[in-house]
Design a protein around this ligand. Sequence first.
Ligand code: PLP
Length: 438
Amino acid sequence: MSHVFYRNPYKKYPVVARGKGVYLYDRQGKRYLDGCGGAVVSAIGHHVPEVVEAIKAQLDSVEFAHTSQFTNDPQEELAELLAERAPGGLDFTYFVSGGSEAVESALKMARAYWVQMGRPEKWMVIGREQSYHGNTLGALAVGGNLWRRAIYEPMLYPRPRVAPCYCYRCPFGRHPESCSLECADDLERAIQEVGPEKVSAFIAEPIVGATAGALTPPAGYFQRIREICDRHDVLFIADEVMTGLGRTGAWFAMKHWGVVPDLMCLAKGLAAGYVPVGATMVHHRINDTFHNRRNVFQHGHTYMGHPLAAAAGVAVIRYMSEHKLVDRSRKLGKYLREQLQAACGDHPHVGEIRGRGLFVGMEFVKDRESRTPFEPETGFHNLVGDAAFELGLILYPTGGTIDGRRGDHVLIAPPFIITRSQIDRLVEILGRALERAT
Ligand code: PLP
């Protein structure tokens, strides 16, 4: 009998034995093509010797020293590498152990900033419908993933949520030609509703992942968001936990639109799964506020700035830079979308294929013409995901919410080292999985 408290006690999990490149192998020797990096984590593939060696080398010098007592070389170097690549002004990094911690830190840092600015009434962070920022209570409170929130709702402070930019199902009934960015203006409505004096920040994923299958914003969306935030003294937190570190074909997705957030959350691709890590990047304006007033940020986690995690992060960024993997994500992402479109684009249950770089989503519908979603009980995304898994392809099935109900998507986000022929194979298996699920 296993003593593990599993995510799903009714599921039989194969035991993973090893990984190499884009493949994982279970104890029975079955090979799986990792089509989603687990949960958009494994960005450079499995068992890259340079990263493994860097972690081992760090282990040979020091494994841990608490950040209230020491800094460490890899943490310093990783912060520098990130500052060189981030949107201009995000010069400082606060290291934590994962995405939810990065979001919690950002929510609290926004609050701490306004307190120092003499505006202690500013505390509320507004998020969007159809969003996910993590499972801890603070992160859950600002997210719009209804099924993840459901039973914890009484523990989450109520606040307005803003419309998603979901062009396939535009909440304002617009088409791309008639779009006037009402979804962005909805932030203005929400800020006015509670009063700008209470709002500390707005948080959004640049391209929505876990709730919506790679929802990309319409042109001009984030520029408008930035303007609205500035007009009301509201900080903008970009949650790049999924999209950061090359996933969308730029080091950070916000660079696609030339918009600089005040705080930016990272995790997943940062150490690409070699060691758990997360980070909140901080604009120098906010950093200076703490420094000039000789204040400390009242927060902290035991494992922040962990030397092994930072060493892994440094090695991952160096590897990505040497092998030009961000560029590769952009080019192969385009190829992946084209191949998926050609193979599955006309399938009666494929509503839309979307995304940017190697961050691709497929939305499933019961009826293509009317874009009617499946009944939630069908769990079509899981049917596709399970069929693919059986066939040796790992996808990331994600259930969103459409009109308050769960929607059906899968995320396809393979390691950036994937080759064209491996993409062809991925598309071929996905097609078969789709047939099996139908
Ligand atoms: N933010 C976003 C955008 C995410 O996609 C996730 C996880 O999927 C998180 C935050 C939470 O990260 P973690 O699971 O590492 O706590």
